[in-house]
Structures are given as C-alpha cells and as structure tokens.
Design a protein around this ligand. Sequence first.
Ligand SMILES: *[C@@H]1O[C@H](CO)[C@@H](O)[C@H](O)[C@H]1NC(C)=O
Ligand SMILES: *[C@@H]1O[C@H](CO)[C@@H](O)[C@H](O)[C@H]1NC(C)=O
Length: 838
Amino acid sequence: MKIFKCIILLALACSTSAVKRHVRDHENYDYYALHLQDDASPQRVASLLGLDYEGPMGELPDHHTFSSPKLKRHQADDILDDVRKRRRKRDYLLPRDLQSIVWSQKQRTKPQMVKRDRLPEMAVRQSLPPSADAPDGTDAEAVAERTSLQQELNIEDPIFGEQWHLFNAIQLGHDLNVTGVWQQGITGEGATAVMVDDGIDMYSDDLKDNYFAKGSYDFNEGVDEPKPRLSDDRHGTRCAGEIAAVKNGVCGVGVAYNARIGGLRILSKIITDEDEAVAMNYAFQDNQIYSCSWGPPDDGRSMDAPGILIRKAMVNAVQKGRQGKGNIFVFAAGNGHAQGDNCNFDGYTNSIYSVTIGGIDRKGLHGYYSEHCSAQLAVTYSSGSGDYIHTTDVGVNKCYAGHGGTSAAAPLAAGVFALALSARPELTWRDLQNVIVQTAVQVNEDDGSWDKTFAGRPFSHTFGYGKLDAYAFVEKAKTIDLLKPQAWYKSPWMHVNHFIPQGAEGLLSSFTVTKDHLSKANFQRVEQITVTMNVEHNRRGDLSVELRSPSQMVSHLSVTRRLDEAPTGYVDWTFMSVAHWGESGIGEWSVVVKDTEVNDFNGTFTDWRLTLWGECINADEQGLLPMPAESDDEDHDIISASPTTVSITPGEPQPTGIANPTDHQDRPVNAKPTATGPSASPTPASITAGASASSTPLPDVPPAEDSGKEHFLPHYFPTFGVSKRTQIWIYGSLAIIVLFCIGLGTYFLIQRRRRRRSEREDYEFEELLDEEDVDGAAGGKRSKRRAGELYNAFASESEDEDGALLSDEDESEEKAGYRDEGESVNDEKRGRPPSQPQ
Ligand SMILES: *[C@@H]1O[C@H](CO)[C@@H](O)[C@H](O)[C@H]1NC(C)=O
Ligand SMILES: *[C@@H]1O[C@H](CO)[C@@H](O)[C@H](O)[C@H]1NC(C)=O
C-alpha cells in the first residue's frame, strides 16, 4: 500500500512539473480516451489500468488520454470492457477509482481525410489548358482601377494582378468585392485563422509576418512547428496564403492580409479521433477560425461522420472557444459532384457547427466538382472556366497558379470571416452564419436551382444562399443585431416502419410542431434543421429524401447516388438543412423518402426525428446544449407514425447528385401530398413511451437536453430544497448505506446465480467485445441501445438505484434503462445493421 501511494505521489509530481505535449506514436503505441468524473485522479486510474497517463485531452473537460506500448491485448482492454459491462448492468461495486471511469474508447487510427483540391480525372481535362482568352479579355478601365487601388493600398505583390478572386479585371464583378473593405482599413487586424491541414510554411516570406506560432502545432510529428515535411504537404500553405498572405511584395495577398494565420498539421500521417478532437480545440481562445479543406472521400459512395470525440470537441468549441462566442469551422463542401456526391453525406459539412462552402469559377459558374446539398451556406471562388486560384506555395518566395476545388473556396470564406471578426469581434458562431444568410449574393438566378425561403432570401442547393460578397458581409457584420442564445426542439422519434414504394411514389411521414412545443423549449426561430433517420435499404444510392416545412419550403436532404451500392441504408444518420432559416418552426414538417429506381433493391423507412435549432425566446432561461453522448438518439418519447404514400409528379426530375447540366432545371414545385387521410401528427396511432401515457407527444419528463439545465439527479429524486452540495452529501450518505445493504444482498444473490448463469455470462462478454469494435470504428451510437438490451436482460437484478455518484452521461444511461422497461418499440431498433460504414 505504501509503495502504491509513493507511485501516485511520484506520478502527481511528474505531471505537475511538466505539461506533456501532444506526442503520439501510433505505430508503436495504443491510446485510450477516457472520460473521468471531475474529481478523479487520472494518475490513479492510469496505475490501476497499467497505462501511462498522457495528459488531459486538449480542452475537453474531464477527458484524458492514456497510452501503452502496442500489445495484442492489454489488461486495460479487459478492465475497461468490464467497467463498461458493469456500468450497463448498473453494478457500481467497483473499486472507487474504476468507478470514476464514465466512458472509454480505445483509439483506432482513422481513415485518412482527403484534401479537397484533388479533382476527378475528367474534371482536370476539362479545365486544362488555361483558356487563351484570359489576358485578352481584360477590361482596360478595370485594370486602371486596379492599378490605382494598388497605389492607394500600397500593394506591390507581383501576382496581385492574377488574383482575380480579389479583383477580376476580365469578368467584372466576379470577385470577392473585398477592396472596398480594405479601403476602410479593415484588413484582418486582430483576427486569427488556422489551417487544419498538412502544415503551413511559416518560413515563406509571404506568410512569416502573419504566422501565429501560439495557435499552431504539428499533431503528426508532435512538435510545435507545423512545417510541411512531405513533398505532398503543400495544400495547407496554399490555403493559408489565400486567407492571410502578407502584403509585402511577395506573391499575392490574402483576403485578410493583416490577420494572423496558424497551422494545425493533422493530414500528413495516420491519426485518431483523439488527435483530431484536440486539434479542433487547439488554442481555441486565440484561434478564431478553423479552416478545413478536407473530409471523407468524395467518391459518391462514402457516408462518414466524425466520431463522438470530434463531435464533442466541436460543441466544446462553439460553447467555450473564443471566450464563449464560439469558434468558426469552415469546411469545403467537397469535390464529388461529378461522382454524384452530395455534402449531406459528409458529417463534417452537414454539421450545424460548420460553415459549408462550395465553389464557383471566375465566370461565376458552378464548379462542376462542387457538391450540392441543403447544408451548404454559401459559395465563393475557385477553379474552373480555365483558371485557378493564384496563391502562395511552399518555399521562401514561391507562388502557385493552380489551386482549385472546394479546397480553394473555403479559405477565401475564412478570409472574409476574418475581416468581419476584425471589424466586429463579438459576433458569435451563429451570428456569423446569420450574416451569410442575410448577405450572400444570388448567382445564376435563372438556372432553376433557386427557391425563396420563408424569410424571403433566395436559396439554392447548388449555391447555398449565394456567393460571399466581402463588402456586403462586413457591412452587415458591423451592425447586425446579435442573436440570443441557441435553443433547440427535438421531436419524438417517429416510428414509421413501412415499405418504401418504388417508382413514382414516395413515403411521407409528418410531425406537427405546435406553439406549445416551442414555447416549452424556449424556442423562437429556426436557424438549422436536422433530421436523424433510419432507413433500411439494400442499395443506399437508390434513396432520396426531402423535407417539407410548414411554409412548403423543400430541402433535398438526400439525393440518389449512382455509385453508392451500400446495402445498409441510413443508420442513425443526421441530415441537415439551412434552407429554413427564419421560419417559426410551427406547423407540419414532412419527410418524404423515395426509392425512384424500380429494381430488385428495396427497403423500409424505419424511423426519423426532427430537430429544430435556432434562437431562444428568453435568454436568461436558456442553458447550453449538453455535450453530445452516444445515447443522444434515444429518447423518452416515441410515436408510431402512419405514413402516407405520395405521388411524385410524373416526369418530375428527381434531384440527384449526378453532374448534368440540366440537373437543376425545373426544380419541382412539390405537389402537396395526396393525403389519403390526415397524416397529421401528433395523432399517433399509439404511444408507447414508458414515461407517460398521455396523448401528448411531449414527455411529462422533459429529457435533460430539453431544459438545457444541469441536473444533479433525475427529477424524481427530491431535492429537499437544499443546495446541490448538501444533496450530494445526503444522497452520498444514503448511497453508502444502500450500497452496504445491496452489497450484502448481492453477495448472496451472486453466489446463487453464478452457477446458473455462467453460460450466459460468457456469451455476454463476447458480445461486448464485438460492440467495442463498433464503438471504436464508428464512434457508434449502438452502444446505448445495446446497453438497454443488456440492462433489460438483467433488469431483475439491478436493484442498485444509487445515483449519487453518477455523472450526466450515466444519468442518461440510467434513464435509458428505466425507459426500456416495458417499452416494446425499442425492440425494433435492435434489428438494425450494426453501424454506419466507415
Ligand atoms: C461591392 O463593394 C462596393 C464598395 O466597394 C459596394 O458599393 C457594393 O455595394 C458592393 N456589392 C455588393 C453586392 O454589396
Ligand atoms: C424486396 O427485395 C427482396 C430481396 O431482393 C425480395 O425478396 C422482396 O420480395 C422484395 N419485396 C418487395 C415488396 O418487393
């Protein structure tokens, strides 16, 4: 025991004397991510698990990283599996230090993210060689204007004349319209952007004066300077130059040429979710904007979302980063349009926390590569029509004239945001999105892709709200009213469980949001909408989904993808739309699932849930969204929804991701459902929610996330009207007594049952291992469902209701447990395919 204490003291001493840097060696070491109770000692946990303590996991509260040399199976794996298993059985007779493990995940290296400057073969041919007309078409007047501007602003950078995205002297008006912002002296001063990428060349003469070392780190090498090291490490530098190349006679200038620019190098080696989560929060008080020109492959087949740690990091960033105003994540929409890809199949671009930016070319035409989707907020300039983005390259004084794809578009947006934050630093992450919605400029008005939103703004799945105009953006940013804090409303899960007809019919399911729902949720106005859904189908690419709002605005959440042959359908996938910005949210929302291909592949629409995200009514009452948990897709209330079959107007072109010049012609004015009966919910056929037998779909017990308040214990524990601390004391003492009794009882029970149950126990253990695979690979959400299942299996023995030592995550787990009792509907969820493929 003494030796043990010594070790701990030593470990403590070590950990306080030196803050460990983030150094990972994924070839020779395994890493474990653990969420511990806030009073736990990570050093003690490390010694109990036989792991080395690497340190806190970046900025994620109570998350820690541990490591061990790679072994086939480490004792920690067994212990952590056991802890997980016992937690599910709500068996808290664990050593105290193990009890403090709220959640754990062994880290696996993730598939490498793809840089979004890689264009498909066909595409490259199309855009090469640069069209000969470029120099000839130059407008003499515009050139004169540019020259005088350069004199006025003292821009002597040699390729400024080639930087048409800043000032286009050929296709007049097809540029960022940024010079008027610079003329006001707004050039990015005080703003900071960071390229999350393959490094940036901080020794380039075009970047070094703006380089922000404090906000930079190399996660691939575990060193401070994110220097490009591989011959391929040029992407980050080129993007960085677009944002903040210095005005200094070297190459060109950035959009925000006095902003600070950093680099977080993550793309040059295999990493894990933990690395990426730490990167996404790195120096997040100083790094305002994270520019991300990468994502899962844009191959028209992938459907990948960031794992739970990364999702937590993004929520953490918008809640705590930038002194609580939230970091801005800018993502390139993706280059898979020609492969039929769509940015709603990418969990980064369709996150409400990211600003998704697509590309148009120097003539203002849609970049053939640039993916469409309802989650896209805006577009800006990139390659196409024979030219590219001209920017900085790796090297002391090297320029690049061939940057393209949506990779090159996103950093220009990041540059515009840097200008806006320089002018008005108090804008929150949502205010910034609001400025995009209010100021983006319509392009290609007549291409048939545009609709008017409820708020009167033009929206297109091809261009979002339009192209960014830096001048309009910054002017609006200066004066726009700040939004009140974020509120959200989650509908019940609508259980449809209905075969999807093939061909010209779609399956419609709706849910009516009432004024009462929203006032209870303190919800005033819609910003983003998400729809989480499960559809079983043996050829995923045949499916498409649209969302119809109460104002009849249609979001094409999903489109058919000819290359997507996955036999999995959609598994707990969340689609997102920004097309409903400004709606009240009240009224009937319908989801229409279509299987337009008449073939042998068919499927079933299982269930869906709508979430409205937006501005709250009363700022004082509004809490912060709880951190995402793997159990988020579970809820108390479930409604059996009877779907309606609706016909899709014959001959109506189905939205598809496939590149086709006419694919956004004749966008359907969607026929109202040929209602065969009021599908109007909430008139659920039956309500099976365990918590409540009333006919209102709102549960009597609002789920924790609805109130947004921190609960110490579930509501049914009396508070005795005393402080949280006293409650802890009361319940703690009670718990000890109860634990003692239970311990005694359990001892006898276990003795009795052990013999009978040994077979089952073995089986269960195996199951758990499988499940861990799923967890690790997909950040999967299956675990909590399984948790319910296991809990059910042993429900009779789980007398332990001691909640005093539980954290929030446990509470939700516990509720899931209660709910599962006597809830038949949950059975359906169990038959699902294991996971979204990675
Ligand atoms: C472009 O900037 C100029 C000022 O330089 C401004 O007058 C004009 O309105 C801007 N364009 C748009 C669409 O706002
Ligand atoms: C759906 O597809 C399966 C397998 O291809 C087939 O056995 C089944 O009959 C189909 N169902 C319908 C209703 O077409």
